[in-house]
Design a protein around this ligand. Structure first.
Ligand SMILES: [Zn+2]
Length: 247
């Protein structure tokens, strides 16, 4: 590699080049050449003449903040034009869909394990209103009901999927005793889906009568299979505890 070549491609060192990487739109608001201030190359604001430190690769945050908020000389129109270019482009005109927003909120609430009373936090509603004034915030009871409906719906879909499978289903199961001496059973289905991808779904996580006798285990497993309408083409694998053998 010639020395000329390496110099023109080196963008990491601000001393090696006077021409910054101009991928960001913010550069339109600064002079094309960086200026040397006591050995440090700085960007020169076209409007107020402020000299701002920047790194060539990605350090345009300070420049963006300057144009978006701090520059004392920039006009409102120019500032708004800049803010508009910084927004994420939309696929088309945005239409608010309250049902979709609510479903997404419930989904997030479940996956992030949000306690339902957080929806009654005094700062929640103002936040939502700032994003979409027509979105009506619902109480925790409604969110709770929505969560349960989503669970039921997902369970129904999974039930249909399991019943219509061409492949065999392999179940595995295990038991725990909580520190309050409560027994739990977890039941997992492993199968090849219609898209030929191996799937693993926990289809039940429920309490089971303590103690974990063979009868209690057998009862829990049968109930779960009946719940999902699985009658044939399956195997069950358990560990070699004696109660499992009895079940
Ligand atoms: Zn400025």
């Amino acid at each position: 590699m010639s020395s000329h070549h390496s110099e023109s491609f080196d963008t990491n060192d601000s001393h090696s080049t006077h021409t910054p990487n101009r991928r960001s739109k913010v550069w339109e608001y600064f002079e094309p050449e960086l200026v040397d201030v006591d050995g440090v190359m700085k960007a020169f604001c076209k409007y107020c003449g402020s000299k701002l430190t920047t790194r060539n690769k990605s350090g345009t945050n300070s420049l963006q903040n300057h144009i978006a908020e701090y520059c004392p000389k920039i006009s409102v129109e120019v500032r708004n034009r800049f803010l508009a270019t910084m927004k994420k482009p939309l696929d088309g005109p945005f239409t608010f869909n309250p049902k979709r927003s609510r479903d997404l909120m419930v989904k997030w609430c479940i996956s992030a394990e949000i306690p339902l009373n957080k929806f009654q936090d005094k700062n929640f509603e103002p936040w939502m209103e700032s994003l979409q004034p027509t979105f009506s915030c619902v109480g925790r009871q409604t969110i709770r009901n929505d969560c349960i409906s989503m669970f039921e719906e997902t369970k129904r879909d999974l039930r249909t999927e399991l019943q219509n499978l061409d492949s065999r289903i392999c179940f595995t199961s295990d038991l725990w005793t909580s520190n309050q001496n409560l027994g739990y059973i977890c039941f997992t289905a492993h199968y090849i889906g219609p898209d030929f991808v191996l799937k693993k779904k926990i289809i039940a996580f429920r309490d089971v009568k303590y103690s974990h006798t063979g009868v209690a285990i057998e009862e829990a497993i049968t109930k779960c299979m009946a719940d999902f309408g699985v009658k044939e083409k399956f195997t069950i694998t358990l560990d070699n505890a004696s109660n499992n053998m009895a079940a």
